[in-house]
Design a protein around this ligand. Sequence first.
Ligand code: SAM
Length: 254
Amino acid sequence: MRFEIFTLFPAMFESVLSESILKRARERGLLQVNLHNIRDYATDKHRVTDEPPYGGGGGMLLKVEPIVRAVESVLQGERVPIVLTTPQGERFTQRMAADFAQYPRLAIICGRYEGVDERVRQLLVTHEVSIGDYVLSGGELAAMVMLDAIARHIPNVLGNAESAPNDSFSSGLLEGAQYTRPPEFRGLRVPEVLLQGDHGAVARWRRASAIRRTWLRRPELLLNAPLSDAERYLLGELADELARGVRSETDALP
Ligand code: SAM
């Protein structure tokens, strides 16, 4: 998959792209990230990319011409989703990451200062995306968050050890409690079932732990989660536990 990222600060991406999963994906040719400096597409003598907004008010806005010139000259008319990072956009989700990963090429525009001239939206943008209800200083961190989450859905980017069918949200649930060595630390023991090598029992425990955790932390996810009738029945038992004042996140369902 190919990303075309339009930014005033391409150097911000370097360390994120040079480590771990994203680094390996690029080396293996599964992921290509092209960084385009919007300033290179400003044609005036001083390469101006921002101006104060018409009508006054504080701050500066990214100008329309350099962004349009940059995007048009890179995409050359190819129909590609063009994402504008903005706190006013649709909230980025795991579902959206999986959907974007279906495209062979994706463009992301990183805003700065007070944002971008409205005509960038009108002329170019197909999706406006926010990574959460807070305001960042620029779209670069948002673009990196999206890039990382999308890349995890590109086939073969994750190795077996990292494969993510149980990642939170992918299954409609949060992932449950997890443990590694040692079996006991400061009196806290790993649940016996995880130590006994019965794969079926481990799978059932994990599933139950995921349901418990989701119920306690993000109950609204359960409305759409694919649960069996038996699992839905077990939710009633969790409700009873809570009514009795028990609130353990690590125990699986009874
Ligand atoms: N004045 C803008 C507003 O109130 O909507 C915010 C501008 S913000 C300081 C500068 C840039 O950071 C935005 O143009 C956008 O590209 C990026 N940005 C800020 N918060 C973001 C968020 N939650 N998600 C995605 N991008 C964000």
